[in-house]
Ligand binder design. Structure first.
Ligand SMILES: Nc1ncnc2c1ncn2[C@@H]1O[C@H](COP(=O)(O)OP(=O)(O)O)[C@@H](O)[C@H]1O
Ligand SMILES: [Mg+2]
Length: 279
């Protein structure tokens, strides 16, 4: 009985925490819809902290032109994931503005805002269902089988799909545990191609896969980024040398901005991190 009581108390505390949580700011009733969806993104003097009185970002400014590739690097806890959370409006900023496609993102509904983004993250989310259903999950459009297969082909995912029993109609188990980590990643990349958003967020995740699969995934990601604005949280610095901009973050703020060459010439934090990976 005493065990049951203490877990009931812990559960009760969580319920009260939820009841006490601050309400999400309501969406604007007449949300603005961008007329030019080219993937321009701008952070203007953004301030943010998860906890009241504890500011993490004090003044973040980023200007991203349509189609540019922006790499975000820095040690664990630097604020890389936070930057993405703010971009997707999973949290509200305390100051400043974030503009997407020429509109202050606060003036769009969250639904409208998130339609313009695609995400490929380390933890792949695939649901119990066929490969085909998983591939068309991210879009509201009607998608033909041809489109789905063309998307899979463009990122070399169809090779392994054809070897699976049932091909595109193969049933994935919960969490897609019946296919490998690398295959799961390829499916999420193919899914993003089907959805065709103008801005991509990628958390480079190529640990736990063999060298060949890693190369296939990297090429798939490159295909996905082509012609889109992309934000890449990079772990291997070798893959971001060609980025238009590299943001080096630490303690929540952007400490260095530039391309690979200019940051190496600067011989600062980024150069130190880069050299530590290739020394
Ligand atoms: N939900 C949260 N509530 C409170 N603090 C958080 C939360 N998420 C992250 N943090 C803190 O914010 C800082 C930045 O975290 P994060 O953006 O996840 O870093 P990174 O992705 O660069 O490793 C860290 O100090 C982390 O502990
Ligand atoms: Mg992170």
């Amino acid at each position: 009985m005493s065990g049951q009581l203490s877990s009931a108390i812990a559960a009760g505390e969580r319920v009260f925490e939820l009841l006490d949580a601050v309400e999400e700011i309501p969406d604007p009733t007449a949300g603005k819809v961008p007329t030019k969806c080219d993937g321009a993104v701008e952070f203007k003097h953004v301030q943010f902290g998860y906890l009241p009185g504890k500011q993490l970002m004090t003044d973040v400014n980023i200007h991203v032109e349509p189609g540019q590739k922006v790499a975000i690097v820095g040690p664990t806890g630097a604020g890389k994931t936070t930057l993405i959370n703010l971009l997707m409006r999973f949290y509200e900023i305390n100051g400043g503005e974030i503009w997407v496609d020429g509109i202050n993102s606060k003036e769009m509904t969250r639904h409208e805002l998130r339609k313009h983004f695609g995400m490929v993250l380390q933890d792949t989310w695939l649901f119990e269902g066929t490969i085909r259903d998983n591939l068309k999950y991210s879009t509201e459009r009607d998608v033909t089988d041809e489109e789905i297969e063309a998307a899979a082909k463009s990122v070399c995912a169809d090779v392994f799909i054809h070897t699976m029993p049932g091909g595109y109609d193969m049933m994935l188990s919960k969490g897609a545990e019946n296919i490998s980590q690398g295959q799961r990643q390829l499916l999420t990349i193919a899914r993003a191609i089907v959805a065709n958003p103008e801005i991509m967020i990628l958390d480079e995740a190529t640990s736990n896969v063999d060298a060949h699969t890693e190369k296939v995934i990297q090429e798939a990601m490159a295909t996905l980024m082509k012609g889109r604005t992309s934000f890449v949280i990079a772990h291997r610095l070798s893959t971001i040398r060609d980025s238009n901009a590299i943001l080096y973050m630490e303690n929540g703020d952007i400490k260095e901005v530039g391309n690979h060459d200019s940051l190496m010439k600067k011989a600062g934090k980024y150069a130190e991190l880069y050299n530590s990976q290739f020394a």
